[in-house]
Design a protein around this ligand. Structure first.
Ligand SMILES: [Zn+2]
Length: 220
């Protein structure tokens, strides 16, 4: 049984478009009486169905495109998943801001953040943020641990609490006995990363989807 991590193909020689959040991810501020911290936690856009808008960096669109650590897909991939019975997948339709809707100040701010605003445009193809249900956990050999105590962690408000990669020398590895049989899935430890089976990889390759590559990951 082979498993793969979904990664972005950036496109060569012409780079594919990628998307970025126009106003950043939705966050919630936590004020903690116990540790005295004030910090921002990311809202889970998939659980709460919160949408934030995106903009494309150019208009060379692939079937799969990157949006920071996440993947987005177009309507053909969504239709393909539905007609092939891939039910573990979650699609969130994204509002899109076109170049002409930006104020001069907003474009200036994008330039200051390092974006080439000359390539922004007004095309708005439908794209969905892609996620999947949890279908496995990582093997203990992956070096990812649940952290809930230590000097900098606050179990009261949850600051610093969660799964952390403790040892980057250890490659991620799926615990085979925990896998639920889904062809596309997340692991318990990571929010954004998607994994798939060899069957899903071959199906995507047969469909000739662009913008996606598959990195093999060990399972034991
Ligand atoms: Zn706290």
């Amino acid at each position: 049984m082979k498993f793969y991590r979904l990664s972005t193909d950036e496109g060569r020689p012409k780079k594919y478009a990628w998307a970025f959040p126009t106003y950043g991810y939705p966050t919630q501020t936590v004020e903690c009486d116990i540790c005295g911290r004030s910090w921002n936690t990311f809202e889970n856009i998939f659980d709460k169905n919160i949408s934030f808008s995106i903009t494309f960096t150019n208009n060379h669109f692939a079937d799969f495109i990157a949006c920071e650590a996440f993947h987005m897909t177009n309507q053909s991939v969504k239709n393909w998943c539905e007609s092939n019975g891939i039910s573990s997948v979650i699609f969130t339709k994204m509002p899109i801001i076109g170049k002409s809707e930006f104020t001069k100040e907003a474009l200036k701010s994008c330039r200051e953040r390092g974006y080439n605003t000359a390539k922004f445009h007004d095309e708005k193809p439908v794209y969905y943020m892609l996620s999947a249900t949890v279908g496995a956990k990582l093997h203990p050999d992956s070096g990812v641990q649940w952290v809930d105590k230590g000097d900098w962690v606050c179990p009261h408000c949850g600051y610093g609490v969660g799964y952390k990669k403790e040892d980057y020398g250890k490659p991620d590895c799926i615990e085979l006995s925990s896998w639920n049989g889904n062809d596309l899935f997340k692991v318990r430890e990571y929010d954004a990363t998607l994994f798939c089976t060899e069957k899903f990889k071959h199906m995507c390759q047969d469909a000739r989807f662009s913008g996606i590559i598959f990195d093999e990951i060990v399972a034991k």
